[in-house]
Ligand binder design. Sequence first.
Ligand code: AMP
Ligand code: GLY
Length: 456
Amino acid sequence: MNESSDRPSIVLVGKDARTHALAVACAASPQRPRLFGLSEMAMPGLASECAKLITTGSLSDTSVVERIVEEVRPDLAIIGPEEPLAAGYADRLEAMGVPTFGPVQQLAAIESSKSWARRLLDRHGISGNPEYRLFTSDDGLAAYLRELGSFVIKPDGLTGGKGVRVHGDHFATLEEGLDYARLLLSTDGRVQVEEKLVGEEFSLMTITDGRTHIHCPPVQDHKRAFEADKGPNTGGMGSYSCADHCLPFLEPADLTEAQAINERVIAALERETGRRYCGVLYGGFIATRKDVRLIEYNCRFGDPEAMNVLPLLQGDFVEIAAKAAVGRLAETASSFAPRATVCKYVVPAAYPGPSPAGEPILVPRDLQEGRGNARWYWAACRQQDDQTVMSGSRAGAAVGIGETLEEAEQIAEEAVLRVVGKVRHRSDIGTRRLVSRRVEHMAELRGLPVSAERLG
Ligand code: AMP
Ligand code: GLY
C-alpha cells in the first residue's frame, strides 16, 4: 500500500471505452482506490474517474512508465489495450516493483503474433487450430491458396482487427486473395494464411494469474460496420451476453470446450516461457459444424466485450486485479450477475470511413451517471471548452442490463437514441431478429432443431 494513504494508488493505462469500464469497475471497489490514468487522449470517462489523467504521445512508448511510477508510486497497474502490452509496459512496471494486471511482452505475443499463437497450440497438442501456414516468401503461396479453396489472409502483427481479409467477404477470387497476400509480404515480409472456418463466433475472456481462472460469461461481438453484418470490419460495433452465461447458438459443451482451451493455453504459456500469464486471456472462438475452433487470441479484455462483463462482476475488481498480479487469484471470490447485457457503440456518421474531428456529441447527464440499468462509456472523444467533441473513431458505447436479452436490448437502444450529434449505431445488435439468424445458422450447420427458448 502507498505510504501516504490507506487507499491503493492505481495506474490505469488505456484510451478507449474498455478502459473507462475498467475505471468504473475500480471506482466501485470498497478500497476506494486513487486512480491515475495514462492515455493518449484526455477522454471524458477517464478524466472523471481519475484523480489525475496523464497524457502521452503514444501508448507504444515505454519511456513514460518510469516517469509515472516515480510520480505516482502506484500499488498496482492495470493495462487496458494491447499496444502497451505488446510494447512491454508490464515488463517495465514489474521491473520497477509495480504489480501489473496484464501480461509481459513475451506472453502478450499470444496476440501480437498470430503465427506464434497458432504454433503454441500445435506444440502443446491443444485442439482448435484450422489449417494454416505462415509465408515469408511467395514460394508455394498460390498453390496453398488453391489447396485450401476458401481461405483467410492475415497480417502477422497487431492491426486493431482491421487487417484480416476473408474469402467470399472481402475478396471473391483466388487472384484477389493472392494480390493481398503479396501486398502483405511486400510490406511486412510475412503473411499468415488460414483455412476459412464457418460458424458462429464468440468471445470467451478468462481472468487469470496463470493458475486460477475466472471465466467471464461468453459474449458475441459484431465487427461489421452496418446492419445485418454488412460492410467492412471495424473495431466492433456492439455485443451482447445472456443471463444464463451461455449464448443462444452455443451448446453448453461448446462453452466447456472453449474454457478448457483457454486453460490449456494458459498452462502452455507457462511451460513454454517459464512465466505465469497474468491478466485476461481473450479467446476469439468460432462454433463450427462439429466443434469449437480458435480464430485468434487477445492478451486483454475485449472492446466492446469488457462493457458486457465488467458491469456484471460481483466482487471487488481491484482485489481481483491485485491478487491476479501477484499470483494469488485463488484468494478472491467473484461471480457475474445472472443478467443479459447489450452494448451498442455510437460512432461518427461516416465511420469507419474518415470522419472530421471536432464534431460535437451530447450525452444526457443521467445516462453518463449510469442510473438505472443503462451505462455509458466514453471512447474517442475529448473535452473542448464547454462541449465534448468526437475525434473520428468510435465515440462511446451504451450498455443495457436486463433480466432478458430483449429487455437489455431495449434499454441500450433507448440510451443510444438519446445521444445527440452526427452519429449512427447498429440498431440490430441484440435484437431477436439478429440473434434468431445466428441460432438458425448454427442449427443449419449442425442439423439441429431451432427452439424459441434458446433466444435468451
Ligand atoms: P481477427 O483480427 O483475427 O479477430 O479477425 C477478424 C475477423 O476475421 C474475425 O472476427 C473473423 O470474422 C475473421 N476471421 C479471422 N480468421 C478467420 C478464419 N480462420 N476463418 C474464418 N474467419 C476468420
Ligand atoms: N472485440 C474485439 C477485440 O477486442 O479485439
